[in-house]
Design a protein around this ligand. Structure first.
Ligand SMILES: C[S@@+](CC[C@H](N)C(=O)[O-])C[C@H]1O[C@@H](n2cnc3c(N)ncnc32)[C@H](O)[C@@H]1O
Length: 227
């Protein structure tokens, strides 16, 4: 597939999955008992090793090659930015800047978000900002449980606090995320299409350059009203 010819996820599912409400209800009321893996606990400690204990925190969840983590660290120089991805290969990929020019207020760690989010919610300081940018869409109807809003880890994403932003090129993904958040928070969570002149991630750039519509939601867990 050539660069600016990427496709919108194809799915037989055209709207919010019929089972999503029940899944969210279950996950909000039942404990998530799977033990946290040692390597994720070590990665969690590593993520905070360089933090001064005061800087507001930003999590770039599923940061891929990390361009967004670098950009966020430049945009918010007084914050500590943590880029998490489970792919060592992506994290290691060459950055658009020499190492010496990378911001000092960020760290990349290899971890599984399922454990990282649980550690953050239960043991970590609250986030100021939280980005889930172009998560794997898992567009097949039967893959509902792999999408973050339908995953057992969903309640921990909320408990991490701060302002959460999720972006996707699949409208259904963002619609489901907003729907799940509304169930959990009991208030409307607006979402919609947006345009950007300055893509934050390689996936965003590729989708934009392919002429696709980009979608996002933004919700402030600490506020009564969405921003
Ligand atoms: C479609 S890519 C998007 C990467 C980046 N945010 C971007 O927009 O360019 C999704 C990323 O999520 C990561 N990912 C998926 N599931 C994960 C998990 N359970 N824990 C950590 N990273 C995960 C993948 O390795 C991949 O890098």
């Amino acid at each position: 597939m050539s660069y600016a010819n990427s496709r919108i996820p194809e799915s037989a599912q055209q709207g919010v999955h019929a089972h999503l409400a029940a899944r969210v209800g279950t996950h909000l009321t039942q404990p998530f008992r799977k033990p946290v893996a040692d390597y994720n606990r070590a990665a969690f400690a590593e993520a905070f090793a360089g933090w001064n204990g005061r800087a507001p925190l930003i999590l770039d969840a599923g940061c891929g090659v990390g361009h967004s983590t670098i950009e966020l660290a430049r945009t918010f120089p007084d914050h500590w930015v943590i880029g998490v991805d489970r792919s060592e290969e992506r994290l290691r990929r060459r950055k658009p800047y020499p190492d010496a020019l990378l911001p000092g207020n960020m760290v990349f760690v290899r971890a599984d978000l399922v454990d990282f989010w649980r550690l953050l919610a239960e043991e970590g300081p609250p986030l100021a900002r939280h980005y889930i940018l172009y998560p794997n869409p898992w567009p097949k109807i039967g893959h509902l449980g792999r999408r973050w809003p339908a995953h057992p880890v969903f309640p921990f994403i909320l408990r991490a606090g701060g302002v959460l932003e999720c972006r996707s090129n699949w409208a259904v993904y963002v619609a489901e995320f907003a729907f799940a958040l509304e169930l959990a928070l009991g208030r409307p969570v607006p979402w919609g299409a947006f345009e950007t002149e300055r893509p934050l991630t390689p996936f965003e750039r590729k989708y934009r350059d392919s002429g696709q519509t980009l979608y996002r939601l933004c919700v402030d867990f600490d506020a009564a009203v969405e921003i």
